[in-house]
Design a binder for this molecule. Structure first.
Ligand code: FAD
Ligand code: NAP
Length: 410
């Protein structure tokens, strides 16, 4: 029998994602929590060569972190590694409404769709719960209690969707044919035929794209402060970016590490004023500093770990090298639209929807296919706007199916 070992820690969104993926496959694993035990932490670093959680081993094969396991899954290579051959469970099912994505937009669409009698099936994807699972406090969700955590909020949404009768499926769509009805969505464990589809695939974190950044991933380069910040307790770290995510990462890290330097390519932040004020207070105290008008051009290391960054001035073109123990990248997200590019109209990577005030605002360029949340929103990209557009998409899908049924009956 395949032996799976996963090193995790207490608060770790990417560990939760890795556990959800393995559980969805019915795979048993041995979890080793490194939060408090220095010895097992040292064992993990020694065995994997990485300072990042989770670290997953299948028998003696080092898979790496969640992203590495997700890449294997996307390439269809995870099942053979787990000893699962053939898709005994592969089925074709037909639904009135399929929602793709399990972030605020997807769950909200499912809740409204279920209440409209559309018996939705929701396909969760690899990032169960979406982007909010990667953050801690959510302070702008209306009615949210003090200290509301991102992962708790999406767990409540999931439970709510389930209570309304939504069928929650742990699958990833790998190809889509939206050129004919019923629409056809092919996942890793099933094929879904759908009379209507709501695409709520959100967005995934961007990296700088430097070869040296890839080489040091898990060795000081991270996109998740809540997962990996604690490896750098009392050390110096850099956060790259100037939006809400970057400032939140910097504030979170400032409670753990000795010093945070924010490197931003402009001369001002674009984050909300409240976050800018909190960062300024730490700059005044000396815990944080900002290097304006610079971008990272190279990540450099010592003994396989990040030790320096080469920076280039975006205005001046000057070069400087700064010492650091880690680089946290928070430079925004790319919309997940690759699967739909052949069938649907996109603009700057985002799905194009009708908009306007006469209904069907969330319809894409194909009638019956709707889009909600960050995947179709280059501007607002908030939990509350995503949830709102999910509700609109379900109402649009319901009206579309009703009109269609009436037209056929007439
Ligand atoms: P996402 O949350 O991105 O979810 C997308 C879903 O689609 C995922 O479940 C994924 O698994 C699924 N998916 C993708 N591809 C496939 C596929 N091929 N098959 C099946 N499923 C797929 N907003 C706020 O309002 N307040 C905050 O405090 C806040 N904090 C944030 C902190 C951080 C660090 C980040 C990164 C974002 C934050 N945001 C916040 C923004 C907010 O999280 C997003 O606007 C929101 O999550 C978008 O929701 P969504 O449902 O459109 O997509
Ligand atoms: P963002 O708002 O798009 O900001 C990205 C930042 O990274 C910008 O400062 C951008 O600089 C910089 N950047 C982009 N590409 C870069 C590159 N290649 N090299 C260096 N810097 C680069 O992304 P985000 O901060 O992840 O936020 C995404 C959405 O989620 C936003 O709508 C945000 O409001 C929301 N969010 C909300 C909260 C909250 O409400 N508390 C928290 C987090 C996120 P330029 O400006 O020069 O492009």
């Amino acid at each position: 029998m395949t032996k799976i070992t996963m090193y995790t820690k207490d608060v770790c969104p990417f560990c939760d994602r890795a556990k959800a993926l393995l559980k969805a496959k019915g795979a048993q694993f041995n979890e080793i929590n490194i939060s408090t035990d220095e010895d097992v932490r040292a064992e993990m670093i020694e065995r994997s060569g990485r300072k990042s959680v989770p670290q997953i081993f299948i028998d003696d094969h080092h898979v790496g972190g969640f992203d590495d396991m997700a890449a294997l899954e996307a390439a269809g290579e995870l099942d053979p590694l787990l000893g699962r051959y053939g898709h005994e469970t592969f089925k074709e099912t037909h639904h009135k409404l399929v929602v793709i994505g399990s972030g605020p937009a997807g769950y909200s669409a499912a809740i409204y769709g279920a209440r409209a009698g559309l018996e939705p099936a929701l396909i969760s994807g690899l990032e169960v719960g979406g982007q909010l699972t990667t953050t801690t406090d959510v302070e702008n969700w209306p009615g949210g209690a003090d200290g509301l955590q991102g992962s708790d909020l999406v767990t409540q949404m999931r439970e709510h969707a389930q209570r309304t009768g939504t069928v929650l499926l742990n699958d990833v769509i790998v190809s889509a044919d939206l050129s004919q009805r019923p629409f056809k969505l092919v996942g890793n464990t099933g094929t879904y035929l759908a009379d209507s589809v709501i695409i709520a695939t959100g967005a995934s974190a961007k990296f700088l794209g430097l070869p040296s950044e890839t080489a040091f991933k898990g060795r000081g380069v991270s996109a998740c402060a809540t997962c990996d910040g604690f490896f750098f307790k009392d050390r110096n770290v850099v956060v790259v970016g100037g939006g809400n995510s970057a400032l939140e990462e910097a504030l979170y890290l400032s409670n753990i590490v000795s010093h945070v330097t924010i490197v931003h390519r402009r001369d001002h932040f674009t984050a909300e004023q409240v976050l800018q004020d909190r960062v300024q207070a730490l700059v005044d105290k000396g815990n944080v500093d900002v290097i304006w008008d610079h971008e990272v051009s190279e990540v450099m290391g010592d003994a396989g770990e990040v030790s320096q960054l080469r920076l280039r001035g975006t205005q001046s073109g000057d070069e400087q090298i700064i010492a650091t123990d880690a680089m946290f990248v928070a430079i925004g997200h790319d919309p997940n639209t690759r699967l739909f590019k052949d069938d649907l109209k996109t603009e700057s990577g985002y799905l194009v929807t009708e908009g306007g005030k006469s209904g069907q605002a969330t319809q894409t360029s194909v009638p019956g296919v709707f889009a909600a949340g960050d995947v179709a929103d280059p501007v607002y990209r908030q939990a509350v706007t995503s949830a709102a557009s999910g509700a609109m998409a379900a109402l649009d899908a319901e009206r579309f199916l009703t009109w269609e049924a009436q037209a056929i009956a007439a």
